[in-house]
Ligand binder design. Sequence first.
Ligand code: F6R
Length: 242
Amino acid sequence: MKIHKTADYETMGRKAADIVAAQITLKPDSVLGLATGSTPLGLYARLVERHKAGELDFARVRTVNLDEYEGLAAAHPQSYRFYMEQNLFSKTGICPGNTHLPDGLAADPAAECARYDAVIRGFGGIDLQLLGIGHDGHIGFNEPGGHFENDTHVAVLTPETIDANKRFFTSAAEVPRRAYTMGIRPIMLAGRVLVVVSGVDKADIVRRAFSGPVTPAVPASILQMHRDVTLVGDEAALGKLL
Ligand code: F6R
């Protein structure tokens, strides 16, 4: 695993953007696995800047996001589709047909999971997968459990995740209880994995994920078995890494 320790959130975003930009430059039709949440916002802002400066061409880039809340329409301000449109897609000239997220309003969840796995398989897998890590060790919405779940599935959010995500909603009661998430298999089959972490509140889980045992109780710990992981984090988040 390669580790880049940065002074702060700002430089973390710049470093991570360097890595994503290099991926797109080397392979303009890259399949990017993308994440939402607070941590990648700086990274996305830097990518948008580079696109606007004429340095980065997204015309052929293809994307598959990790997850989407069940029950939220694409136009809902807290849907992950909305987040991606606001923070990246609409500002980078990426072809709308090349962007993929699970459909939160799908009538048949099992069919939607199968459809999403087929999209990823159809791409021949993911070139670079971007990940944040939840305080409970989740990646995507692969929550702690008794086994690693390989395929796209509907996850029941843990109380900890609902609590962490309520900051985006008016109240915890409004946070959807279930979400579609990519499974562990396409993440582990991705050519490269880029993990971004920031803040002292992530220091314990970063240590457990990368210095502790590999266990489905800490889903991110499976990344220890991936052959090409780059961890970019600020000093606060990496402070307890052994
Ligand atoms: C988001 C996702 C989640 C987040 C994680 C960390 O698409 O898949 O696993 O990456 O919850 O979120 P932040 O960055 O908000 O701390």
